[in-house]
Design a protein around this ligand. Structure first.
Ligand SMILES: Cc1cc2nc3c(=O)[nH]c(=O)nc-3n(C[C@H](O)[C@H](O)[C@H](O)COP(=O)(O)OP(=O)(O)OC[C@H]3O[C@@H](n4cnc5c(N)ncnc54)[C@H](O)[C@@H]3O)c2cc1C
Length: 230
């Protein structure tokens, strides 16, 4: 937390517990990475969607060495990384009070290139396992050329913030008798049936594929409703 990651609007929605921040980063799939690209007259902000992974108090980003964003970031450009989980649409009795329930994290700082070979391999496995927990143990190890041909950046979580809206509808008292329907529409990541490629047709679907979720025993990171049958 720093002065620039302190919530100014609705500070009551700030969450400073690092376990809660880590849980959001572990549940999210896509980070939006922003920086000021170029310098001088051509400088402009750009925000790019990327995969990421967390390990302890750091997060990793990776990609092609040709990536403009990674080249700028490893050259010292400050980055701002945002991860957002959308939990529900909030339908109120007036347009003004429509809202969304969400949990989001913003991280700011300067990313550093990971040059140690062992740390790089571990970070790449972490990136695979972030998206599909348990996957790296099921696939071949990365070749040296693959590791050397990938840029991996590490970013500290020292300067970050979390904001969450988790409540129900907040209507004006005068609107409470209005006949419009009000309430929440829960939303989350929908998981479909795994679709094997030609070489895997007919094979037993492994557990990490069949039961993919954003956390053990959880659907999209939220507790599974025991009443739910589908
Ligand atoms: C869900 C998701 C996950 C991804 N994960 C990774 C990752 O882990 N590592 C990685 O390197 N790349 C990832 N990508 C691709 C990434 O978004 C960029 O396209 C890529 O990294 C190239 O970045 P760049 O800065 O070199 O783009 P450039 O090609 O230099 O960007 C030039 C312009 O192209 C446009 N552009 C670039 N990317 C996108 C985009 N995704 N959508 C729309 N317009 C775009 C923008 O206008 C940008 O200013 C991911 C994309 C998605 C959608």
């Amino acid at each position: 937390m720093s002065e620039r990651t302190e919530l100014q609007r609705k500070p009551a929605r700030a969450v400073t517990d690092s376990d809660a921040i880590h849980a959001i980063l572990d549940e999210g799939l896509v980070a939006h990475v922003g920086l000021i690209s170029d310098t001088g007259d051509t400088a402009h902000p750009v925000v790019i969607p990327m995969l990421y992974a967390r390990d302890g108090n750091v997060m990793y980003l990776h990609g092609s060495p040709a990536s403009r964003l990674l080249r700028m970031a490893k050259g010292g450009a400050e980055v701002c990384v945002t991860v957002t989980l959308l939990d529900a649409l909030v339908l109120a009795r007036s347009g003004l009070h429509h809202s969304m329930n969400y949990r989001s994290v913003v991280v700011m700082g300067t990313a550093i290139e990971v040059s140690d070979y062992g740390e790089k391999v571990a970070a790449l496995d972490r990136l695979v396992d972030h998206t599909i927990p348990g996957r790296s143990a099921q696939i071949r190890a990365a070749h040296e050329a693959e590791v050397k041909g990938t840029t991996v950046l590490v970013l500290s979580l020292d300067e970050c913030s979390m904001k969450a809206r988790t409540t129900g509808v907040v209507d004006d008292p005068d609107d409470l008798d209005d006949p419009a329907w009000a309430g929440l529409i829960p939303v989350g990541v929908a998981v479909g049936e795994p679709q094997p490629d030609e070489g895997s047709i007919g094979e037993t679907v492994p557990g990490h594929v069949a039961f993919w979720s954003r956390g053990p025993g959880q659907l999209n990171g939220r507790p599974v409703d025991p009443e739910r049958t589908n």
